[in-house]
Design a protein around this ligand. Structure first.
Ligand SMILES: *Cc1c(COP(=O)(O)O)cnc(C)c1O
Length: 429
């Protein structure tokens, strides 16, 4: 006798009511899921075309050791990223430890003492506060004489054009824009909105360097910020573009000059892009990039499902289920620390790895408040894999993202609801 899907769900801890509730939510999402699949087709072809144009070959899948001179696989990866994101050049390396590191070298490589960094989408992602020196920190840009200014987004999460115009001055050298929401309740920014503000900034100061923190945004729209005039887009390979396979890494794609400056910070002045062994990671970076559009589509479906499901239960969700998406993050306001803990417990229970452990809040390096993280990932800390994190602070938002496959993401979300139900934090009747 074969086991039915609903029996399997039951055996894994999802009861009939939770499953039925989930299915009723999914009924209303069919058109949206189709649109996501169409996006994955378009972006998948874009990447495949880049691989073919770069004449990717089997030899590129191997890596180097030592200095890593003439690593043709590394060069192919960088050419493919540059082609796919339509930039002059790219720096895509396993030596880049994480997204924060990629952003730090993009900024510090392109800023000089006396320059000003201007953030025009409000306060940057938490970990950048120490890179910039907003929170005093050893080795920050502030210690090297780079000043910082910031323009908040308007209450409707649009750019404050007047504020930006006033803030740009003689010393403004690099402008920071963050596409994704990060740990805030603001909206993520569409590529079109980013394009509009870039065009505006160019009328005031054409030569300023515009950098977009593209974390979580890759392959969510047809275009990337590099298609609308950004000088650099920067992100992490254990998020969207790594496709769940890249075991480490970050990228900077942009103008030749910007990428070169960043490379001098990653390695050394003079050496730049010429060194940096890849230690057998080339195949994973390439295969991961190949899969990234489809994996990102699964993550988008997961975000949309979670949004629609928690919205139907009366929770505040960002974005709302009917809103256009430009990153893979879904925030749900759970209104209590208990809610956060139950939600994260459920996500953990749905994971392929470490499903039996219970996530607890901890003081994570680089973050101000204790953070709970749920993740049972093949790549440690990978947030393109189903994961949830929540700083323990009012209004108790949980930030949910990832899902390498849609069925596994669906299970995780149903499990989060099951846990909230079992802790009497929601009722389906
Ligand atoms: C994840 C993230 C970062 C930092 O990346 P890490 O890999 O965690 O260092 C920066 N900005 C945004 C918007 C992010 O989502």
């Amino acid at each position: 006798m074969t086991t039915t899907v609903s029996q399997l769900y039951q055996e894994m801890g999802i009861d009939a009511d939770t499953l039925a509730f989930g299915e009723s939510v999914l009924e209303g999402l069919k058109d949206r899921f189709e649109a996501i699949d169409a996006m994955a087709e378009q972006n998948g072809l874009k990447v495949l075309h880049a691989m073919q144009e770069a004449r990717l070959s089997e030899a590129h899948l191997n890596g180097t050791t030592g200095y890593g001179y003439n690593d043709t696989g590394r060069e192919a990866i960088e050419e493919i990223y540059a082609r796919a994101f339509h930039t002059e050049d790219a720096l895509v390396r396993p030596l880049i430890a994480c997204g924060t590191h990629a952003l730090a070298i993009a900024m510090s490589g392109n800023l000089r003492p006396g320059d000003e960094l201007l953030a025009v989408s409000g306060r940057p992602y938490d970990t950048l506060e120490e890179v910039i020196g907003i929170r005093p920190s050893k080795g920050s840009l502030a210690e090297y004489g780079v000043t910082y200014a910031e323009v908040e987004l308007l209450p409707d999460s649009s750019f404050d054009y007047d504020g930006i115009k006033k803030a740009i001055n003689d010393r403004t050298r690099l402008i920071h824009i963050q596409r994704s929401r990060g740990y805030s309740s603001r909206k993520s920014l569409s590529v079109d909105a980013i394009g509009d503000v870039i065009a505006f900034i160019r009328t005031i100061k054409p030569e300023v360097i515009i950098m977009v923190d593209n974390c979580y945004g890759e392959f969510v729209e047809e275009k990337e910020p590099s298609d609308v005039g950004a000088d650099m887009i920067v992100g992490s390979l254990i998020k969207n573009p790594g496709g769940g396979l890249a075991p480490i890494g970050g990228y900077i794609c942009g103008t030749k000059a910007c990428v070169e400056n960043a490379a001098y910070r990653l390695t050394t002045p003079g050496l730049g892009k010429e060194v940096g062994a890849t230690l057998g990671t080339n195949r994973l970076l390439l295969q991961g990039f190949f899969q990234a559009p489809t994996v990102t589509a699964s993550a988008l479906k997961a975000a949309l499902f979670a949004s629609a499901l928690y919205e139907k239960l009366g929770f505040e969700v960002f974005p709302a289920s009917n809103e256009k998406r430009t990153d893979i993050i879904q925030a749900v306001t759970l209104r209590s620390a208990e809610g956060i803990n139950a939600f994260c417990r459920g996500i953990q229970k749905g994971a392929p790895v470490d499903a039996y452990v219970t996530p607890e809040p901890w003081d994570m390096p680089g973050y101000d408040d204790p953070v709970v993280m749920a993740a049972g990932a093949f790549v440690s800390g990978s947030s393109i894999e189903l994961s949830a994190d929540a700083p323990i602070r009012a209004p108790y938002n949980v930030y949910f993202q990832g899902g390498l496959t849609w069925p596994s993401a669906k299970l995780g979300i149903l499990m989060s609801l099951q846990c909230l139900k079992e802790d009497n934090l929601v009722s389906l009747s």
